[in-house]
Design a protein around this ligand. Structure first.
Ligand SMILES: NC(=O)C1=CN([C@@H]2O[C@H](COP(=O)(O)OP(=O)(O)OC[C@H]3O[C@@H](n4cnc5c(N)ncnc54)[C@H](O)[C@@H]3O)[C@@H](O)[C@H]2O)C=CC1
Ligand SMILES: O=C(O)C(=O)COP(=O)(O)O
Length: 352
């Protein structure tokens, strides 16, 4: 009998993990316990040195007991949790990066950590394109105003009129799983796509029909900029007052990646002066932002509550990928999406 803790949170219900593992771990006798945490998510930690965790170490330890497998999206898997859970052997994280796991400590403890790259790429890319269109054409603002009885005729005025994607130059900061889908969709609209990503080669960009440029050049040339990089110590405040000042007059800025990538402080003045024509945000430096956040009252600002990745398909895929890797682990085979492959070398029973 293998004990499994299915730890759900605001997005992936524990039952999804239970169903997916039951379906995929054929021939294994599993016993499940479940826990569910929700908000608040600690965005930048430190919960025991890990990021974006939901729930406490104490909650996780109590629920984990002597389980061998943990399936989770956001439980904090810290050095302390790992140190106090000698039976734990496999952690499946339903995330694009296992930021809520102390990977070095897991490797040290011989615990395999798997994750789910691109599980939500289509969902997040489609949402980003929606935000881009909504900000370029004032779809959200005009909707809210009309519901308040305000038929804004001045939106037809030349100075206020919207931007088009066809023929526009759009800059994507980060060209990973999500950025690539956004680029394809925007290219289909007839936009010229510029990309800034230090880990992407020119050959790859040429093949995809996008132009790889330095960040400052992207900011100078783009009437729309959308962020799709991961948040790391190197990318914190990657977009800031200095490079926002390079944007063409009236540019639109979209952040559906991570709040920490963008310094929000200069945005109200840039919107008031018209240097920025619109801003669309799904993520924030503090989530949720306070009620008196200045950007809530700024013109043409669209705000959604960290929803970009949240489709049913994302949750189903996340659970299925975690379960698939857990099933491979149970069969003594190599899981497909391992974040700490060095640990596999030490586990003799996992055939290559
Ligand atoms: N709002 C939401 O609900 C969601 C947000 N996200 C966020 O979207 C972002 C993108 O996710 P994925 O495409 O899945 O990640 P990914 O890991 O596939 O791609 C991230 C890209 O960022 C690039 N990058 C690293 N340093 C950079 C720098 N200095 N400048 C420009 N690019 C840099 C990497 O080379 C990589 O290509 C992440 O921040 C993720 O957390 C993802 C899904 C849902
Ligand atoms: O699930 C969410 O809310 C996300 O923002 C996903 O981001 P991730 O790819 O897990 O870093």
């Amino acid at each position: 009998m293998t004990k499994v803790l299915a730890a759900g949170d605001r997005f992936v219900d524990p039952q999804l993990f239970v169903s997916a593992l039951t379906e995929q771990a054929v021939g294994h006798d599993l016993s499940f316990s479940t826990m569910k945490t929700g908000w608040p998510v600690e965005p930048f930690g430190p919960v025991g040195g890990v990021r974006e965790a939901s729930g406490t170490e104490q909650q996780v330890l109590e629920a984990l007991g002597d389980a061998e497998i943990l399936a989770t999206q956001m439980a904090p898997v810290t050095a302390d949790v790992l140190g106090k859970s000698p039976n734990l052997r496999f952690v499946g994280v339903a995330r694009g990066g296992p930021v809520n796991v102390d990977l070095a400590a897991a490797t040290e403890a011989g615990v395999i950590v798997s994750y789910t790259p691109a599980r939500n790429a289509a969902a997040a890319a489609e949402f980003a394109v929606g935000l881009i269109l909504a900000a370029m054409r004032r779809i959200a603002d005009s909707n809210a105003e009309l519901k308040n009885g305000n038929w804004r005729g001045d939106y037809y005025a030349y100075e206020q009129a919207g931007l088009e994607l066809e023929g526009a130059t759009v800059g994507l900061v980060g060209y990973g799983a999500i950025g690539r889908i956004v680029a394809r969709v925007l290219s289909a609209f007839g936009a010229h796509v510029l990309v800034s990503d230090p880990f992407v080669g020119r050959e790859e960009a040429d093949r995809d029909g996008v132009r790889l440029v330095e960040l400052d050049d992207l900011m100078r040339a783009s009437s729309v900029v959308s962020l799709h990089a991961r948040l790391t110590p190197e990318t914190e405040h990657l977009i800031n007052a200095a490079n926002l000042a390079l944007l063409p007059e009236g540019a639109v800025l979209v952040n559906s990646a991570r709040g920490g990538l963008l310094d929000y402080a200069p945005l109200p003045d840039l919107l008031a002066s018209g240097r920025l024509g619109g801003v669309a945000l799904d993520v924030y430096d503090v989530e949720p932002p306070p009620r008196d956040w200045p950007l809530f009252d700024a013109p043409n600002v669209i705000t959604t509550p960290h929803l970009a990745g949240a489709t049913r398909r994302t949750a189903d895929r996340a659970a299925a990928i975690v379960a698939g890797d857990a099933a491979l682990f149970l069969d003594g085979r190599r899981p497909r999406h391992v974040a700490n492959p060095e640990v596999l070398e030490r586990l003799e029973d996992l055939s290559p």
